[in-house]
Design a protein around this ligand. Sequence first.
Ligand code: F0G
Length: 458
Amino acid sequence: MEFKTIIEPFKIKSVESIKMSTESERVEFLKAAHFNTFLLKSDQVIIDFLTDSGTSAMSNEQWAGIMRGDESYAGAKSWERFYNAVHDLTGFEYILPTHQGRAGERILYGHLGGKGKVFISNTHFDTTRANIEFGGATAYDVQIDEAKYHDVYHPFKGNLDCIKLEKLIIEHGAENIGAVILTVTNNSGGGQPVSMQNAKDVAAVCKKYNVLFILDCCRIAENSYFIKHREKEYENHTYKQIAQEMFALTDGCVMSAKKDALVNMGGFIALKDEKIAEACTNLLIITEGFSTYGGLSGRDMEAIAIGLVEVFDKDYLYYRIKSTEYLGNKMREKGIPVMFPIGGHAVYIDSAKMYEHIPLNEYPGQALVCELYRIGGIRSVEVGSVMFGKYDENGELIPAAMELVRLAIPRRVYTQSHIDYVVEVFDELIKNKANVRGYKITKEPKLLRHFTAHFEQL
Ligand code: F0G
């Protein structure tokens, strides 16, 4: 018998209070934050869905590990435990600890990239693309076509299009490809999973042209859940075996441990090739730290080592994926245009569909982000023209490809009643849909404007 209620497979030992607020207070908070939810204080937020990164609740075992942390500069016991955990999961011999994902990206893609080099991915995450482009190389995204349609079902919408991949390799010459990067799950593409078959196909293309194959594996456990339940031949594998099989197809990985390692800070690079590892270790020592701690404290390495085991627990993964799906499906039932099927770590809303009366240059995504906060104190993030929009020579907005709003769910933090509350907020949001107005930007920096821009309601 399977019950309807998804109970959290943990008891709560320590709590962090949430400060409640009224709608009129939130209207004032929003004004003071210039209608940019990045500028709110966290205690002005009731449910924080800004990101799933670094926001996990650690377990009692992880906190115990924190106390065990060996802070020796070289050869610490914590390094050994960290190395063994990462090695056991990934199979790679060379492991470089970094303070978070993007530090690993800068080191690895800085080494592999440079002017004239090309990187190809299902979708490069923003920081991945930024690190590649900063070094002078070019980044191409080649997702399967199904990914473009928000409401079309495909079990693995995160898949990389291997035909486009091969074309790009031929066009640019295999010797100019820095790496092929498979992002699992595909965060910028809606948190959608990548199938094992797709990873095998990508590996085959990379092998044919002798091109390096790297996994951006920060949500590998969530991806493994989807493979077990959607790819027939993996139904009897454990989640960890599935992840191990995927790592075995690649030449290395970069991980932001702030996601599926269930910690608040950390990351690593893991590699098969000794020469690349040596070059990266030299860069690691310059800016992160000595090779047996890199960018991490001993206690951080302990917490990551434990988190990497806990995240593959079947009860945890069931709860994680089912509760994200629960929220997404409830919203979909109410007619909210969500990316479908629901991804692993977040629910994405097509705000241009939601507010068809708001033109793209009045930022329907920002309007939705502000509405969610005003009505329910829910903090989300715009992933549309505020984040990715550019201006043409006349100062007109060139909109982003999609006007998404992401509700990213922190791991092990909220219970089903929090989620039910969010669902209820959407009822109010729908009632007020026609009255919602767009926004104009009154102040913006040159780069990464979404973090600090000021808005005014039209
Ligand atoms: N790769 C992916 C797929 C990511 O989602 C992120 C971070 C990174 C790399 C970079 O890792 O933050 O540790 O430096 N994503 C966060 C988010 C910021 O909100 O989705 P980092």
